[in-house]
Ligand binder design. Structure first.
Ligand code: ATP
Length: 270
């Protein structure tokens, strides 16, 4: 069971240079996660405790997972990921035990970055979720809080959680000593989109006339994940047309297609 819910990556390959448009958030993650792992003595000498847990919140596909992976990479830490939804929906009755196993694994793998995605699945306000009243979900969350509260000598283990439903969270998890550092990861602005287009076309054979600023303008409202999808789709357009160079038109067509797919999905979920 453990192997299926926990994704362990000894050396994640994401670096800070792969992340565009969220420089401030990156700095904050580095300060709160990287510093305590790399220079714990600084915190001792100054006489403060490093933040216990970092909560990244914002829309889907904005780079939250990437940030956690990059910081693990940078600190030579093992990256251990667990998804809140899987914890409670796939392994009914095992949630609390899996949380215990997760922290045990982190202690064995130290230094480690523990990443809990979709934390809202185990930490929603009672009133807001159909499942949070569920005793099992409550037990899972209590176990997580107990692990964090009991983490006096945490060693080189960092805990990062992510959600795109911040408003749904039970405030108990945000108390000091728990997820006491909140970092909002928004969708990229114009410059961010430009940078992300640059990043995702690095290895692509892009025609000279392609202008990233124009693409960034076109793709207003896109997340980083959308931009990645646009780049891949643009490449597909070229391939279908038996060309090896990707043109502005390919990107434009790809953006229309990705946007349409999202609108259709929104329609279905309404
Ligand atoms: P979710 O909430 O859906 O889990 P997330 O915020 O964790 O999303 P990631 O998994 O980090 O998003 O991003 C998905 C993919 O989208 C990344 O692998 C990357 O290719 C691309 N991406 C997202 N944000 C960025 C960004 N800021 N810069 C570069 N690429 C990005």
């Amino acid at each position: 069971v453990r192997a299926r819910v926990m994704q362990v990556d000894q050396s994640p390959d994401v670096s800070y240079a792969d992340i565009g448009g969220i420089g401030e958030q990156m700095d904050e993650v580095r300060e709160t996660v990287e510093m305590p792992i790399k220079s714990p003595e600084m915190f001792d000498e100054v006489g403060i405790d490093p933040p216990s847990g970092v909560l990244l919140h914002g829309p889907p596909g904005t780079g939250k997972t990437m940030l956690a992976k990059a910081v693990a990479n940078q600190t030579d830490a093992t990256f251990i990921k667990m998804a809140g939804s899987e914890l409670v929906h796939k392994f009914i009755g095992e949630g609390a035990k899996l949380v215990r196993d997760l922290f045990e694994l982190a202690r064995q793998q130290e230094p480690a970055v523990v990443f809990i995605d979709e934390i809202d699945a185990i930490a929603a306000k009672r009133t807001e979720s159909k499942t949070s009243g569920d005793a099992e979900v409550q037990r899972t969350m209590m176990q997580l809080l107990a692990e964090m509260d009991g983490f006096e000598d945490r060693g080189q283990i960092s805990i990062i959680a992510a959600t795109n439903r911040f408003d749904m969270l039970d405030r108990a998890i945000l108390r000091p000593g728990r997820f006491d550092r909140l970092i909002e990861v928004p969708k990229p602005d114009f410059e961010g989109r430009e940078m992300i287009f640059e990043i995702h076309t690095r290895g692509m054979n892009v025609a000279d006339d392609v202008d990233f600023a124009d693409l960034a303008d076109l793709a207003a409202g896109a997340s980083g994940a959308d931009i990645k999808a646009v780049c891949t789709e643009a490449g597909m357009y070229a391939i279908r047309d038996d060309r090896v160079e990707v043109t502005t038109e390919d990107f434009e067509g790809a953006w229309r297609k990705i946007r349409q797919t999202e609108e259709d999905a929104d329609e279905v979920s309404k």
